[in-house]
Design a protein around this ligand. Structure first.
Ligand code: PEP
Ligand code: MN
Length: 350
């Protein structure tokens, strides 16, 4: 941490800051310029966090405080010496040069709908199936998901197609049944800062996809990942799914810049969800192509055999009958970014 003193700071002000820094066991490195004095607080990351919390900005003579170290260390790119991590999601590689398409319904609604979607996803060569059994709905009066029955249907779809499953966990009390079917546990945008949930998932040791909060910064997203990594779970995927901005012409603003910027900050794979960002089917493909071409490691997208009849997110789900063409075009866009798309189990076996 670097403390920049005001031009009007007195020697007593400087001495008081040095005392505060030394009191926590950090070393104070003072550099006196013609106009301003800079005080570096030298120590480890815990010292850095401690100094950040000290409220030095309110002390006499202090102008501002500049952090030097990133607050996340396990998620940082430096930890892997600049190399992106390649994760193994039940046999499907993602990250580095490996791209993976994750697709399926917003919500598990029925056996027919789930199995038909899973078959379409597999036929299009997408290697992972998504589907929610526990749904985070804005209204408590909306359909909340089939719960354990939904998990059973996902298990059946997985058995039939061989596709590993991505599904959301909202409440740690449902962890056990979710672990029985989920190859990747999804943490929804609204739970990105549910730190007790993140800690439990970290301990569960299953790959986790963390969705960016509706109004969260990239640093906050990385700190959420840090909670999981800190428990020893290295299999963390970050997901950009659109953020709130002043724009009202569409539901959320897909932050495409998050892709290259996260890649400069972290070794973790970056997945993009164009469906929840757009809220509209016609925008899903252009956003998917842009995200894949910008270097996303994966796309998680909603597909339904009959979107008009969907209980949830009807306007944004892609038509299963059109999914294979979409998947081909997305893979071509990923190839522009130098990535090879992971294949579905059938193609893998061939
Ligand atoms: C979802 O993926 O089903 C979902 C609800 O997404 P989000 O948490 O990003 O809104
Ligand atoms: Mn949805």
């Amino acid at each position: 941490m670097m403390i920049v003193m005001k031009t009007t700071a007195t020697e007593e002000d400087v001495a008081a800051v040095i005392d505060r820094i030394e009191a926590i066991g950090a070393r104070a490195d003072v550099s006196r310029g013609e106009e301003v004095t800079l005080i570096g607080a030298i120590g480890d990351r815990e010292h850095e966090a401690h100094v950040a919390d000290m409220g030095l900005e309110g002390e006499p003579g202090v102008d501002h405080v500049v952090p030097i170290l990133k607050p996340y260390k396990l998620a940082s790119l430096e930890r892997r010496r600049g190399e992106p991590s390649v994760l193994d999601l039940a046999g499907v590689p993602i990250g580095g040069r490996h791209f993976a398409l994750i697709a399926g319904p917003c919500t598990v609604e029925s056996r027919d709908q789930t199995l038909a979607t899973a078959e379409a996803v597999k036929a299009a060569g997408a290697p992972l199936l998504r589907g929610g059994a526990y749904k985070p709905r804005t209204s408590p009066y909306s359909f909340q998901g089939l719960g354990e029955e939904g998990l059973r249907l996902l298990a059946e779809a997985k058995e039939r197609t061989g596709l590993p499953v991505v599904t959301e966990l909202m409440d740690v009390r449902d962890l056990e049944p979710v672990l029985e079917v989920a190859d990747v546990i999804q943490i929804g945008a609204r739970n990105m800062q549910n730190y007790t949930l993140l800690t439990e998932i970290g301990r569960a040791g299953r790959p986790v996809l963390i969705k960016r909060g509706l109004s969260s910064t990239l640093e906050e997203l990385l700190m959420a990942a840090e909670y999981v990594l800190k428990e020893g779970n290295e299999d963390v995927l970050l997901c950009e799914r659109g953020i709130r901005t002043f724009e009202t012409a569409y539901r959320f603003t897909l932050d495409l810049m998050a892709i290259p910027v996260l890649k400069q900050l972290t070794h973790l794979p970056v997945v993009v969800d164009p469906s929840h960002a757009a809220g509209r089917r016609d925008l899903v493909e252009p956003l998917s192509l842009a995200a894949a071409a910008a270097g996303a490691d994966g796309i998680i997208v909603e597909v339904h055999p009959e979107p008009e009849a969907a209980i949830c997110d009807a306007a944004q789900q892609l038509r299963a009958s059109e999914f294979a063409g979409y998947a081909d075009r997305v893979r071509a866009a990923a190839a522009l970014a130098g990535k090879t798309a992971a294949a579905s189990p059938e193609a893998r076996a061939a």
